[in-house]
Design a binder for this molecule. Structure first.
Ligand code: HEC
Ligand code: HEC
Length: 473
């Protein structure tokens, strides 16, 4: 039994005993003689007054009980919800228009990235297959003029899995129209490519070798033939897939995909934070994380891979971008390419990308037109959330028509400020893998001259800093 109950019984017993003694003595000594009461009458009077005193004792002890009880027990007993007051900076006025009741009840759950990427049963990951895939990924012989490998545009050994250019450069120095996204954590995406046109890593890997602007091979059979031509590849494929399995494009992309499934970064401050280390993110990053949820970034950048096109959330992989009219669209030519929308459409439709390692993978957006992470955040706040960014923190008054109630409803919300932009960007920096960040720091500290791949000039092939990437716990 809880200590509070002892307080209750103690106070009650004490008051009852004192009350009884006091009443009896008052009634017997004073009231009865002066009122002329005798016999039963005396005791009836005493009992009547006793009832009153008992009721008082009960009330007094109930108050003592409530005072002594912990808050949680009290709220539980009363059936009320405990109300915690948010910290000052996060004390937002409610956002209008309100989300539907059911949406309000759905609480957002932050989750860490698993330390192993999911793999299809048909293409399980094994160390030999991964090693083979890694060789293929870095092999320039898979391109028409033997000048470009997957890694030329997705530098994983010495960089964040990108080429650092606004748009990718393929064979013969040809520029493509789109920014190369990172291959890190692509294994967690259910829709691949910026417009989500591939449903698996295997399917995706059949694209670049025959893209005339990228690796330029004439057919996928030609790609397999390049592999078959190399005796050491023949031996390696036989070891992984069995000697009787013919080397065709399917086994080539299976090996590449197995390698890509090891390119994951669960080693981020964010993941440590949600796994239970409260100091993994600093105060600004935590404010940014809360804003990321309350402003609604999580609608599209949802789940452990921060994308509504990931294996954890496949409900709505494609999103209009820009969704709201804004000044950035013309400044950064955001509608020259409309993604999945038919040509001539005035609205772009894209897969919601993952934001893991986003601080390391600029320039941003499908055309790589934006260099700074803060600017990308500003664009998202205006173009995707329809909010304005104000210089000063203040409360915006809103009025909106409620058809259901046939009347204007009024509300207020805290304006988004440049401080918020900085906090959100700080949070996004907490999504960078430790090892990728370490590589970046090493390169910066050593003030090495970078080639366009982000690799020090003159260093070719295997990178000198990082070993084969492997999941980090
Ligand atoms: C010439 C540069 C270039 C080469 C070479 C290249 N890629 Fe890409 N990669 C890109 C670009 C650009 C995109 C985005 C294209 C789009 O969405 O239309 C992309 C997209 C991807 C994606 C999708 C990532 C995501 O988030 O959806 C993966 C995975 C990928 N490439 C892997 C590979 C593999 C494997 C190879 C080698 C077989 C390869 N790439 C060769 C430039 C390149
Ligand atoms: C309605 C869906 C939606 C919402 C809400 C949204 N985003 Fe995005 N976000 C996208 C889409 C789609 C893209 C890809 C656009 C492109 O590539 O052109 C994107 C791209 C980005 C990028 C650039 C990624 C890259 O590698 O190029 C960043 C950074 C980003 N979002 C952050 C945010 C933040 C922060 C918020 C909240 C303030 C937010 N997003 C809200 C859909 C959304």
């Amino acid at each position: 039994m809880h200590a509070a109950w002892f307080d209750f019984l103690g106070v009650f017993a004490l008051l009852a005993v004192f009350g009884a003694v006091a009443i009896l003595s008052i009634v017997l000594r004073e009231l009865a003689p002066s009122g002329g009461l005798t016999g039963r009458g005396r005791y009836l009077l005493a009992a009547g007054m006793g009832m009153g005193v008992l009721a008082f004792a009960a009330k007094a002890s109930a108050i003592a009980l409530m005072v002594a009880m912990p808050q949680a027990t009290l709220t539980q007993l009363s059936g009320l919800r405990e109300v915690t007051r948010p910290a000052r900076k996060d004390n937002f006025a409610p956002t209008y228009p309100r989300r539907s009741d059911s949406a309000q009840k759905r609480r957002y759950v932050w989750a860490a990235l698993p330390v192993v990427a999911p793999a299809p049963e048909a293409d399980p990951v094994s160390p030999e297959k991964v090693a083979l895939g890694e060789r293929l990924f870095h092999d320039k012989r898979l391109s028409l003029d033997r000048s470009i490998a997957c890694a030329s545009c997705h530098d994983v050994h010495g960089g964040a899995g990108i080429d650092g250019r606004p748009t990718a450069r393929g064979i013969g120095g040809q520029l493509g129209g789109r920014n190369a996204p990172t291959v890190w954590n692509a294994a967690f995406q259910a829709r691949l490519f910026l417009d989500g046109r591939a449903a698996s890593l295997e399917e995706q890997a059949k694209g670049p070798p025959v893209n005339p602007l990228e690796m330029g091979m004439h057919s996928l059979a030609d790609v397999a033939a390049r592999v078959v031509a190399e005796p050491d590849y023949r031996a390696a494929f036989a070891r992984v897939f069995g000697a009787e399995r013919q080397i065709d494009i399917d086994v080539v992309v299976a090996a590449i995909a197995a390698y890509e499934r090891t390119l994951i970064t669960p080693d981020t401050p964010y993941d440590r934070f949600v796994r239970g280390d409260p100091r993994a993110l600093d105060a600004a990053q935590q404010r940014g994380m809360a804003l990321f949820e309350t402003l609604g970034c999580v609608v599209c950048h949802v789940g452990p891979n921060f994308s509504s096109a990931s294996v954890y959330d496949t409900g709505a992989p494609y999103r209009l971008f820009p969704a709201y009219a804004n000044d950035y669209t013309s400044r950064y030519r955001l509608l020259e390419d409309v993604g999945r929308s038919p040509d001539g459409s005035r609205r772009g439709l894209w897969r919601a990308p993952s934001l893991r390692n986003v601080a390391l993978t600029g320039p941003y957006f499908h055309n790589g037109a934006v260099d700074k992470l803060e600017e990308a955040v500003r664009i998202m706040i205006t173009a995707q959330l329809g909010r304005r960014i104000l210089a000063e923190p203040r409360v915006e008054q809103l009025a909106y028509w409620s058809a259901a109630e046939q009347g204007w409803r009024h509300g207020a919300r805290r304006a988004v400020t440049e401080d918020d932009v900085r906090d959100i960007a700080a949070f996004l920096r907490g999504l960078s893998g430790d090892r990728l960040q370490a590589v970046k720091r090493l390169q910066r500290d050593a003030s090495l001259t970078m080639s366009h791949t982000g690799r020090p000039a003159g260093v070719e092939g295997r990178n000198c800093y990082v070993n084969r990437p492997r999941p980090v716990v």
